[in-house]
Every structure is written in structure tokens, then in C-alpha cells.
Design a protein around this ligand. Structure first.
Ligand code: ADP
Ligand code: MG
Length: 636
């Protein structure tokens, strides 16, 4: 609630609307106690006095009634009718929407066809027809406005409900034995309530206008009672000789509706989490780069044989006042045909590192603040969006963690492959299809020709991931980045996928950046491994050596997390504690708080990545198994 209010207050226009509306509300609430003249008493002798006359601050109307008094009482009525109408419409409309959306089938059909019938008429005509049947009067105008706005709520809320009604947490509630009523009130309602509030806040202004419209036509408030619409209607006849009689209520309607709409928009923005995180601010096509001039190169000389070199890469997320250092100086190189594992706990910055390489981190909030990425000696971070697009999916391909959410659910897998092929290769549809089927066969999907004509939901999880890998292979990439490609799969399928990747490396010579949190997987596929912690590499070297003699306490703990076959006594041990928050990284070693070998020196200054053996580096002042790193260290 506090967060909501702060967000609302930060939106200047909404805050302005809120203040104006609050003032108006306060005024009409205290109206009965203000020293005002009776709004309905006529004084023919005093007719059409201009504003600022004695006794009549805003003048009088054609019957000599005090306009200030009538305005305040009229605003009171207009507001009350508008708000009451939107409450009724929201209540009835949402109820219809929720019931139709939740129960579906015939209930849905019946209710929605009724709503469709209401919507078949232009709503202001419908409102007029309803008032004509019920007879003119304020209450009847209220009913009419409420009824014509019901479809608006019903349709909106039904749409949201349908989206939620089939989600797993509803199934879970049903499985736990809850009845429909309990599910509707405790599971569904809290999820649609923000939408109801948003819809209401954006329609109240409309309803006030519509009520004023009916009164203007003489179908709402009846004389002598005043509301803003009827005052406007009466003033219309003397627009030329006494313009203030019509202009004052017009001005109040304008201010009232404007302040409500400004506030309503603000409420919508503050309540919708997607708008909050900037879903509407279109992200830039490539990650923003703001490299300070003259940054220091990493300690390594360039590796001339490397396919991909990443040098001191820094990627931050700038959210409000906070800076989250997701990637904090990462350097590594991958040679052709080599598989480098990137290992670390969830949140250590593996995905952001991989996404940064191709400028795929969303900006805002992501910014690359330092570093260099070169692919075959070409600086990737200096490229334009167009140039990068030619590399994405062609020279460097990406395999994502969740194969279901990366495939388009409404397009056949074959067509998705064909699209990926034709983006980078000048092939005809027939040739591309032939290649697509070939690729599906290459990733060992049985009956590839038939499978190509199926939709993603008709394939199993393992098969979908194979399609993802086939898509990555489509344009013979030099490098495949696989971000936890087997985490969503069970162990047997995982083993098949790993074997497949191994096979592709052997036959096509592709280099692989393999991201995982599992040392068990690393040992099966990676030649070298880089261990990440809190946005930095804490140890890097060949897989066999690191598994055999981990130098960093964190690496040792990670390896201990893997259960070993045939050693039932060797219980996998979890690492106690949590990694530091990316917006409040401690000085010194980020792992110090969780390390059982910590000493005061660990918390001072910057801990460098030092070479301990040939081609091995560790970011620790007392690497395991080495007495004094300064004398034993081998520099390459
Ligand atoms: P993982 O190693 O599990 O792949 P990530 O690379 O996804 O971790 O995330 C690294 C860090 O960056 C985490 O601390 C995460 O909270 C932060 N982060 C990722 N995306 C965003 C974002 N859009 N806004 C702010 N912080 C983010
Ligand atoms: Mg990740």
C-alpha cells in the first residue's frame, strides 16, 4: 500500500489530479455547513447578476438563484450519481465477468451473448431509451448510466478471469478441496481486483460526463434541483447576454473530469506491475553502452587463438536510485571447438553475462559500463543494432532454459525453423524446409518430417529443447550460448541432450558457452569451467583440475553439493547463508560472509584474480592447497 502511494505521488500529473479532486470533494462535503444562500430560492428582482456582485460571489441565474450555491450543491449531486453509477456498474459487471470467465462453457456463452445484446446499441442512445422507458429523473439517469456501462466491466473482467482461471494455482486450490465459492473469493478475486479498480478509476469521469449529458437534455435532475448538467442546459439559452451562467458549470465539469482522469491514469500506472517495470517504455534494440574512456585492460594478454574474448565486462541495472552490479568485471576466452562452463548459484550473473555479449540485456534498466567483447577479433559492443542482428542467430546462437516459453505456441515447429533459416540464408521455402527437416533429424527427433508439422504443445519437453537446439544450429554458428538448457528437463532427457551437444561439437567444431548451476553437468560436457559468484569469476581453469583440486572455498562448496555415485556416506552439503545483494556488494571478497576460512584480510580492498597454476586463476587471498600464492604462483 505504501509503495502504491509513493508511486502515485511520484507521478506529478496524478498527484495534481488527486489534490484538485480532494479539494473539490472537501468542498462538496462541507457544503451543507457553508454560509450559502438556498440554491432553489428564486429572486426575480436579482436575475442574471454578473459574478462578484454583492451577496452573489458568482452572480445569479435567470431566476435570480445564487450560482455559487447551486454549483456546490450541483457538483455534490453529479459526483454522487457518477460514483454510485460506476459502483453499480463495477459490481454487476465484474460479477458477470468473473462468473462467465470462471465457469466458461454454456454459462459464459449465455451471459456474454446478453452483454453483446447490450453492446449492440450505441450506449448513449441506449441510455436515452432506458430513461425514456423509466421516465426522466436523477435516479433513473443513474440506472441508465450504470446499465450501459456494465458490458464494459463484464468484458474486461471476463478476459482477465479466463486468463487466470486455467492457471496452476487455481488447479492447486481445487485439488486442495476448496469449493468454487472459496476459489472465486480467495484465489480469483484478489487477482482481478486491481483490474476492477483500474477500470473504475478510468470510467468514473466518463460516467459523470454521461450523467451531465442526460441532465443537459432534461432527462436527469429535474427542476428546481440542480446538477452540473442541468445548470449547463439552463445556461445555454443565455450564452450571449449572460455567458457566466453556462460557463461556470462547464468549467467545474472540466476540472472535475480532468482531475478524476489524471488520478485514474495514475492509479492504473501504479497498480499495473507491468507498467511499473517499464513494459510500455519500449526497450532499446541493443543494450545501452556507457563505457568510461581509458579503462584498464585485464591482466591477461590477448589470446590470439580465441574465438570469443570477454574482457572486464561490467553490466549494471539502474533501477530508480539503485545500481545493481549484476556483472562486475568478467573476463574469459573461448577457443573454437571448446566448451566453457559458466557455473554459479542462481543470481550470480550468468545469464546477464551471456545476454550482454550480444547486447540482449533490456535497456532500461541494463547498462554496460565497461569492458570489451570480441568475436573473431570483431568488437561486438561497438556494433550498431543492424550489424548485431546479422550476428545474432548466425555466428552466435542461443539456447534458452525453458523450451516451452521460447517457442511460439501458435506456429508449427517446422515453420519456426524455416523462419530462423531464411533470416540468414537466401534459401527458398522448399529448400529451407528440407534443411529444417534435416536439422530435426540431426538432433535425433524421430519422424522429423511429421514432427515439423506439429505445434510445440504436441512435443515433449525434451523434444522441444531439441527443436531449440536445432534452431540454434540452423545457420552453422561458430558459438552456441546455452543458458541452462537442461535445467527444465529430467535426468534421462538431460543426459540425451548433453550427449547431443557433445556430438555436435565433435562433428561441427562449434564452440559452446554452457551455463549451468550444476557441477555434475559441467563434468560431463565442459573442457574448462569458470565459477561465478556475485557477478565476478572467482575461479577459472580446466574442468578436470578444478574438480580435482578446487582452489576457491566457494568452488569446493559447489562441488560438494553434487551427490556422488557409490559414496552414500558423502552427503551433499548445502552452502549456508545467501549471496550478497547486487546493489550492496561488500568490500573485499563477496563470499567472505559464508566462507568457513574467512579472516580479516578477506574483507579489505579488491581481491585480484591471481594465477596459481598454468592456465588457472583464482580470486582468493589464501587459495586452497597453496601455502603462499605469491611465491608458488605461475604467471602465464
Ligand atoms: P543467473 O546467474 O541466475 O543467471 P542473472 O544473470 O539472471 O542470474 O542475474 C544476476 C543479477 O542481476 C541478479 O542479482 C538479479 O537480481 C539481477 N537482475 C537481473 N535482471 C534484472 C533486472 N531486469 N533488473 C534488476 N536486476 C536484475
Ligand atoms: Mg540465469
Amino acid at each position: 500500500m505504501m509503495a502504491f502511494l509513493t508511486l502515485l505521488a511520484r507521478n506529478r500529473l496524478a498527484a495534481f489530479g488527486a489534490i484538485v479532486l480532494a479539494l473539490l470533494l472537501l468542498l462538496v462535503l462541507i457544503t451543507p455547513w457553508l454560509p450559502l444562500l438556498d440554491p432553489d430560492v428564486t429572486q426575480p428582482a436579482n436575475r442574471l447578476r454578473p459574478p462578484f456582485s454583492p451577496d452573489h460571489l458568482l452572480g445569479t441565474d435567470a431566476l435570480g438563484r445564487d450560482i455559487l450555491s447551486r454549483l456546490l450543491w450541483g457538483t455534490r449531486i453529479s459526483l454522487a450519481v457518477g460514483i454510485a453509477a460506476s459502483l453499480v456498474a463495477a459490481l454487476v459487471g465484474s460479477l458477470i465477468g468473473i462468473v462467465a470467465g470462471y465457469f466458461g462453457g454454456r454459462t459464459d456463452n449465455l451471459m456474454m451473448r446478453g452483454i453483446d445484446m447490450l453492446m449492440a446499441f450505441p450506449y448513449i442512445l441506449l441510455a436515452l431509451a432506458i430513461v425514456a422507458v423509466l421516465g426522466p429523473g436523477l435516479m433513473n439517469a443513474l440506472y441508465a448510466i450504470a446499465i450501459v456501462n456494465i458490458p464494459f466491466f463484464a468484458r474486461n473482467i471476463r478476459g482477465v478471469t479466463v486468463g487466470i482461471a486455467h492457471r496452476e494455482f487455481i488447479d492447486a486450490a481445487r485439488l486442495s478441496g476448496k469449493g468454487n465459492l472459496r476459489i472465486l473469493t480467495s484465489e480469483l478475486l484478489p487477482n482481478v481486483l486491481p483490474v476492477i479498480v483500474i477500470t473504475m478509476s478510468t470510467t468514473v469521469g466518463w460516467m459523470i460526463l454521461e450523467t451531465a449529458g442526460l441532465s443537459f437534455l432534461g432527462l436527469g435532475a429535474q427542476p428546481p434541483q440542480a446538477d452540473l448538467g442541468s445548470m449547463l442546459g439552463e445556461g445555454r439559452k443565455m450564452m450571449l447576454n449572460a455567458p457566466h451562467v453556462a460557463m461556470l458549470p462547464g468549467l467545474v465539469i472540466f476540472i472535475l473530469v480532468m482531475s478524476i482522469n489524471l488520478l485514474g491514469d495514475g492509479i492504473r500506472d501504479a497498480l499495473d506491475p507491468r507498467l511499473k517495470s517499464g513494459a510500455l517504455s519500449r526497450p532499446a534494440p541493443i543494450t545501452r553502452i556507457r563505457r568510461q574512456p581509458g579503462h584498464a585492460d585485464s591482466q591477461d594478454g590477448p589470446d590470439d587463438n580465441a574465438l570469443l574474448t570477454v574482457d572486464e565486462l561490467h553490466t549494471d541495472f539502474e533501477v530508480g536510485e539503485q545500481t545493481y552490479r549484476a556483472v562486475n568485471g568478467v573476463s574469459f576466452a573461448i577457443r573454437p571447438n571448446e566448451c566453457l562452463g559458466l557455473v554459479g548459484e542462481s543470481g550470480s550473473g550468468k545469464s546477464v553475462t551471456a545476454l550482454s555479449l550480444l547486447g540482449l540485456v533490456a535497456s532500461p534498466p541494463g547498462v554496460i559500463t565497461r569492458g570489451r567483447v570480441s568475436l573473431a577479433k570483431r568488437d561486438l559492443l561497438g556494433l550498431s543494432a543492424g550489424q548485431l542482428r546479422k550476428i545474432r542467430g548466425k555466428d552466435v546462437a542461443y539456447v534458452f532454459q525453458d523450451p516451452l516459453s521460447t517457442l511460439h505456441p501458435l506456429i508449427r515447429v517446422g515453420d519456426q525453423l524455416i523462419e530462423a533459416i531464411q533470416l540468414h540464408q537466401p534459401l527458398s521455402k522448399v529448400e529451407a524446409r528440407k534443411l529444417a527437416v534435416e536439422l530435426l533429424g540431426q538432433v535425433r527427433i524421430p519422424n522429423p518430417a511429421q514432427r515439423a508439422d506439429q505445434y510445440p504443445h504436441e512435443l515433449s519437453g525434451g523434444m522441444r529443447q531439441r527443436v531449440g537446439i536445432a534452431m540454434a544450429l540452423a545457420n552453422d554458428p561458430q558459438l552456441i550460448i546455452a543458458d541452462e538448457p537442461t535445467t527444465a528437463l529430467d535426468v534421462t532427457v538431460q543426459a540425451q541432450i548433453l550427449a547431443l551437444i557433445q556430438n555436435l561439437r565433435d562433428t561441427q567444431g562449434t564452440a559452446v558457452l554452457f551455463i549451468t548451476h550444476d557441477f555434475g553437468v559441467v563434468s560431463q560436457v565442459c573442457d574448462r569451467v569458470a565459477v561465478m559468484y556475485a557477478g565476478r569469476i572467482v575461479e577459472i581453469g580446466s574442468t578436470a583440475e578444478i574438480l580435482d583440486t578446487p582452489r576457491h572455498p566457494y568452488t569446493r562448496r559447489l562441488i560438494d553439493c553434487v551427490p556422488r555415485l557409490g559414496e552414500p556416506d558423502n552427503e551433499p552439503a548445502a552452502i549456508p547463508g545467501l549471496p550478497p545483494a547486487a546493489n550492496a556488494l561488500p568490500e573485499g571478497c563477496a563470499f567472505a560472509d559464508r566462507c568457513d576460512l574467512v579472516e580479516p584480510a578477506c574483507r579489505r580492498g579488491d581481491i585480484e584474480l591471481i594465477a596459481t597454476d598454468a592456465d588457472r586463476r583464482v580470486r582468493c587471498i589464501k587459495p586452497l592447497g597453496i601455502a603462499d600464492p605469491t611465491t608458488q604462483g605461475v604467471t602465464t
